[in-house]
Design a protein around this ligand. Sequence first.
Ligand SMILES: C[S@@+](CC[C@H](N)C(=O)[O-])C[C@H]1O[C@@H](n2cnc3c(N)ncnc32)[C@H](O)[C@@H]1O
Ligand code: SF4
Length: 466
Amino acid sequence: MVTTNKEELLICLQDLCNLFNVGEDIKIEHREIDNIDKITNEFTFASSDVTHNYSWTYDIDKSLSELRKKSLRKRKVANELYQVLSKELNTTLAWGSLTGVRPTKLARDLIEYGEMKEHLVAEILERDYFVSKDKAELVASILKNQKCIIRNDNLIDIYVNIPICPTRCVYCSFISSELERVKNKVDDYIDAVIKEINSVKDIIKNKAYIVRTIYIGGGTPSVLNEKQLDRLLSEINFPVSEFTVECGRADTITDEKLDILKKHNVTRISINPQTFCEATLKRIGRKQKNSEVLDAYSKALVRDFQVNMDFIAGLPGEKLGIFKRTIRTALELYPNNITIHTLSVKKGAELKNNEQKLEDRDVFKMVDYAEKTLIQNGYKPYYLYRQKNQLSDLENVGYFRDNSICMFNIDSMEETNTIIGIGANAISKRVYNLEHKIEREANVKFIEEYIARIDELIERKKQFYK
Ligand SMILES: C[S@@+](CC[C@H](N)C(=O)[O-])C[C@H]1O[C@@H](n2cnc3c(N)ncnc32)[C@H](O)[C@@H]1O
Ligand code: SF4
């Protein structure tokens, strides 16, 4: 019997070709032959950028779970293709043959399936997946810092999405509306979100779920006015020890809003400078002053919030020196968490790829400088993820100091726990740890449609968590 279920696999191979900048004439053919005790996979690969046609054949044990078979097949052929392209084009990639969003999750899976010993993580990623020494060691140290993971199907996280921002930053490709455009719909949106929260309370009760963390993200949830914030937070009354609200844009933070967050037991907020260079802020359309960031930060410290700060390496017009200054300033402020993103230039953003070429050369050094300097100053990396189109194929890394890890970030990136997503464009995940299975369901993307279809979405969610 011949089967041709290959979409996900071909996307992975195409991604690898894109990372090598191989031309658009790639031909990848795949055939699966289902035998008695094994599945034989045959591949052929051809492109004008490589001088030969290649073909590989693999057998995969049929007794493995579907998920395992899929993953093995993908890894085997990605490794072969990586070796061909690397040799023919005489170049290597920082993440080797790994194309996925979550390299740390892949390493954890290998350990849990008994295919890799934890103390050999760096060595095996380097040897078998061609990951650079630096990145392989980064993965190994992140796994060590994720010991707080508890795999339990009843332990869940809640995510609430507020996809509204004061204004739009040019690099951003997240779905989020400018406040000015949707200001007449915000109250209706909060009403719909509250309706969904209340239906989630029933699900939690029926399933005997224990809520471990809450994360309100976006967008910029702190763009809501005091009354809206208070109304929303009054409904999210699960007793948790970690409760984060994104207040990324310092220009949205007021004493009164922080008092409201405190009143509702929020423990952690994000105040995101992205850079401390005001000329860059102007260039990226981020209407924010350093004085506002400092002011918001001191207001947060007075109220004893844990604070995360996001930065982006490779912002338009920034050279290494400016980025280094930003990191040094961040260290002087010494927030509990620092997240270093590498600029990703995506379709949905105003900023386009060809405007970005110059920065590409420096970005590798920026990310390396941030990692070394933060570690020297007492921070440790605790989660990592990759996005498409990141400069130099780099990644985003979250760092913490002392014991201030954000558990939600780990759970959502490592996909170890169920997450109930509430609000427009929120994604819910149901994790079945024993079966090694994850199911996902997304709410509709835009707030107008979310408001209009809230009852139907609530019904769908009930079925999803049945
Ligand atoms: C979903 S955004 C929400 C944060 C909040 N709205 C803000 O801008 O401060 C989370 C983070 O993603 C990062 N980010 C957004 N767009 C990015 C891009 N194109 N490339 C790299 N990082 C990006 C920024 O550091 C941002 O703080
Ligand atoms: S980076 Fe943050 S503030 Fe800027 S548009 Fe994106 S989500 Fe909104």
